[in-house]
Design a protein around this ligand. Structure first.
Ligand SMILES: [Zn+2]
Length: 106
C-alpha cells in the first residue's frame, strides 16, 4: 500500500468503516511507516478531540487510540480465525464427500 492510499483510508478507519481485506494492508503499512502512523494519530486526535470537546477533559486520547488499534487488531484476528475455520470445514466436507463417493463406488 502506498502512503497516499493509506491517507485516503484514514477516515474509513476512524469511522470503523473499513473492510477486512483493506484493514490488513492498512495495518501492515502503519507498522512500517512512521509518517503514516503519525498522520493517523493526528487525524484521530482531531476527530476524537472534537467529539469529546464537551467532556470534562479527562479523556485520554492516546489511550483511546491504542484501544481502538487493539480492538481493530482483535477483529482482524477473529476474522482470520473464522476464515481458517471455514477452510478447515470445507476440507472436512470435501473429505467426507469423497469418502461417500468411494463407498458407493466400492
Ligand atoms: Zn506511509
Amino acid at each position: 500500500m502506498e502512503c497516499k492510499e493509506f491517507e485516503h483510508l484514514i477516515p474509513d478507519f476512524l469511522q470503523k468503516n473499513m473492510g477486512y481485506g483493506v484493514m490488513e494492508d492498512f495495518r501492515e503499512h502503519m507498522d512500517h511507516c512512521e509518517a503514516c502512523k503519525e498522520e493517523l494519530s493526528i487525524q484521530f486526535l482531531v476527530a476524537e478531540g472534537m467529539r469529546h470537546l464537551e467532556d470534562d477533559g479527562a479523556f485520554d486520547l492516546q489511550k483511546e487510540l491504542d484501544r481502538r488499534l487493539e480492538e481493530n487488531r482483535n477483529r482482524l484476528l477473529i476474522h482470520k480465525k473464522l476464515l481458517l475455520a471455514r477452510r478447515h470445514f470445507f476440507t472436512a466436507l470435501i473429505t467426507a464427500v469423497c469418502m461417500v463417493i468411494l463407498l458407493f463406488l466400492g
